[in-house]
Design a binder for this molecule. Structure first.
Ligand code: DAH
Length: 350
């Protein structure tokens, strides 16, 4: 075995078996450094000439290339190993809660929103959404409330001054019903969807706040009618209030966007100052709803000859107050720590 072959074999062996970047660095200088093995052999070239010198020179060069290549590969391999080790030792679980679960409370609105969403999802309703800053067109016109319609003035609207576009003046939506129009336009019927969101009206006392939260539902199907709405809402009420039976009363009412329209009451009784649903002969209004008005179907670009629509809406705070005994509506929005400690929910109940 020539000297070069021996050097080649020993270098390749040592590189292959090297297990740290530091050792590999040392190995590199032991081969290529000032007094390195290759450097030593190169010195021999000085005393040679002719073919011998050329041959040895070429052999050394190809050995140098080979060893360099193996060194580079090994450097890369060891660097990757060290990086993996470092990443494993510094692993941060970004999905982990940053604080223990006992920190803070869940707001009753959030809790009830989640409960409502859970129930409607179980019926196959998809979530739909719309903007808080609406236009007159979607908030009123498309819901069969044209200009000068008396219902428009009943809504105590906050207008966003100086903002307007081809859909009329901008305003803070007074109800979640405009979402019906977006949902109808964006989907081919049949359709089942619900929305939950904030709405705004210029009103403030123990039973009204300028901002509150509504749930909206809309269904488009062939051959559906009031009986389906009745089943749906009574099943919802049973699930939400966790009672086995409940009586419902559909009182004839008026909403411009439904025809016929009804206000929906459920029965209850008071026991030891607590309200119990599904028993007793007192009535409490919990929702409004009806069959979607043909004009609204038109604005939603739905073929009213083929499909019928049902729609309903109710308030989240009212449901929360009834289920969890929260008295004054204003407390929901005052960010009072004592209030949230009294009425909020621990994360464990989620
Ligand atoms: N938008 C109505 C309100 O704010 C609630 C409502 C009633 C929604 C009847 C509906 C409905 O979808 O069919 O008072």
């Amino acid at each position: 075995m020539s000297e070069l072959e021996r050097l080649q074999a020993s270098c390749l062996y040592e590189i292959a078996n090297c297990d740290s970047l530091k050792k590999l660095d040392m190995l590199k200088s032991a081969v290529f450094g000032k007094n390195g093995k290759i450097t030593e052999i190169m010195k021999k070239l000085r005393d040679m000439d002719g073919d011998e010198k050329r041959q040895l020179g070429a052999a050394i060069n190809s050995l140098k290339d080979e060893i360099m290549e193996k060194l580079d590969e090994k450097f890369y391999e060891l660097e990757m190993q060290e990086l993996d080790k470092k990443l494993a030792s510094e692993f941060v679980d970004v999905g982990m809660p940053s604080r223990p679960n006992c920190f803070g409370k869940i707001h009753p609105i959030t809790k009830v929103e989640e409960e409502v969403a859970h129930i409607f999802s179980s019926y196959g309703f998809a979530f739909a959404d719309g903007p808080d800053v609406e236009s007159e067109y979607f908030n009123f016109t498309a819901l069969n409330m044209p200009d000068h319609h008396p219902a428009k003035t009943m809504h105590d609207t906050f207008y966003v001054h100086k903002l307007a576009d081809e859909n009329g003046r901008k305003l803070l939506r007074t109800h979640t019903s405009p979402v019906q129009i977006y949902a109808m336009r964006a989907n081919e019927p049949p359709l089942r969807c619900f929305s939950i969101g904030r709405v705004y009206r210029s009103d403030y006392d123990a039973t009204h706040t300028p901002m509150f939260t509504q749930v909206e539902g809309v269904v488009l199907e062939k051959n559906i009618g009031f009986s389906h709405l009745k089943w749906l809402l009574s099943d919802f009420v049973k699930k939400f209030f966790e009672v086995k039976t409940v009586q419902m009363r559909f009182r004839p009412s008026f909403f411009p966007f439904t025809e016929p329209s009804a206000e929906i009451d459920i029965n209850y009784e008071m026991r030891d100052g607590k309200i119990i649903f599904g028993v007793g002969d007192r009535w409490l209004e919990i929702a409004g709803g009806g069959a979607v008005h043909p004009n609204v179907l038109k604005y939603g670009k739905v073929d009213g000859e083929k499909y019928q629509g049902l729609a309903f809406g109710f308030g989240i705070e009212r449901l929360a107050s009834l289920k969890y005994g929260i008295p004054d509506l204003r407390g929901y929005f005052e960010s009072n720590e004592r209030w949230i400690n009294a009425f909020g929910f621990s994360h464990a109940t989620r």
